[in-house]
Design a protein. Structure first.
Length: 283
């Protein structure tokens, strides 16, 4: 059969070409390194990049090299101090971002997330993809997509401008409550590895116990820089560099988070404690 017509814009084709050769450093606890090895073999054997991407990486959310480390509820400062409601998957600029499940996709822009995509499920939940460099121009906002379809491209738009290219990946309930996506990402990575015939030994080699936290030096709102520890598992690229130690602001913010959690004593216990103190004072 003839190759499918490439309907991407010139900008999208340029990004995709850059993604194949970009010398960006990518490291993390979890990595697509094992999948990248399978992808490279298929492409060298003559399979097209688009077909190989869909065959190898789905149901994972982005074409590798990609890696990430647990960052749920890490402190963030852009737009005011808040806790991180998702996981940051580092990836090459312009790398295809994939639909993790079938559903209805909507494209939007906001200050923090930049170019974003929401992938809605039948129960009203949605997957949240942020900081995209662009959307897939062949997919209309509001249309249905299938598992593994390209919905956008990895970038650093929004409050990640000037920082490492990545996909902020979140999960939201209809109520607006955020849910940690760490187990989803790990499960999808392991599913893709099994489908691609990756051995347990090679999959294990693509794991690390080292914590890697990306830096965002130019984020709107002056997000602070955090320590990147090494060595790390890298996705076929150079090792991530160590960044400066946490600032006094970071330490204070973390202390505030810990203090807030310690103060979350159930209301009934507080009431009982107060009644006890009052009783002693009047006894």
């Amino acid at each position: 059969m003839p190759e499918a017509i490439d309907r991407r814009s010139a900008h999208q084709r340029t990004l995709a070409k850059q993604a194949e050769v970009a010398p960006t450093s990518i490291g993390g606890t979890y990595s697509t390194a094992a999948l990248d090895h399978v992808y490279d073999k298929l492409v060298k054997a003559g399979m097209s990049s688009d077909v190989a991407t869909r065959r190898v990486y789905r149901p994972f959310i982005v074409k590798g090299p990609a890696a990430w480390t647990e960052s749920w509820h890490a402190p963030r400062y852009a737009g005011g101090f808040h806790l991180h409601e998702g996981q940051d998957v580092l990836c090459r600029d312009g790398a295809p971002v994939l639909a993790a499940t079938a559903g209805r996709v909507e494209f939007d822009v906001d200050t923090l997330g930049g170019r974003i995509a929401r992938l809605f499920l039948s129960d009203g939940d949605y997957w949240y993809y942020a900081h995209l460099s662009d959307w897939n121009s062949t997919v209309d906002s509001g249309s249905r997509v299938e598992l593994g379809d390209v919905i956008g491209y990895c970038g650093n738009s929004g409050d990640a401008v000037g920082g490492p290219t990545h996909v902020h990946f979140g999960h939201y309930l209809p109520s607006g409550q955020a849910v940690d996506t760490m187990s989803d990402l790990i499960g999808w990575l392991e599913t893709a590895e099994r489908r691609a015939g990756v051995s347990e030994r090679r999959a294990e080699a693509a794991r690390s116990t080292t914590t890697v936290v990306p830096t965002y030096p130019h984020e709107l709102g002056a997000e602070s820089t955090f320590t990147v520890s090494s060595p790390v598992v890298t996705a076929g690229l150079s090792t991530a560099r160590r960044s400066p130690a946490p600032s006094a602001t970071d330490v204070l913010a973390l202390a505030m988070v810990l203090a807030a959690r310690l103060l979350l004593i159930p209301g009934r216990r507080v009431a009982r404690r107060l009644r006890s103190l009052v009783g002693r004072g009047t006894g």
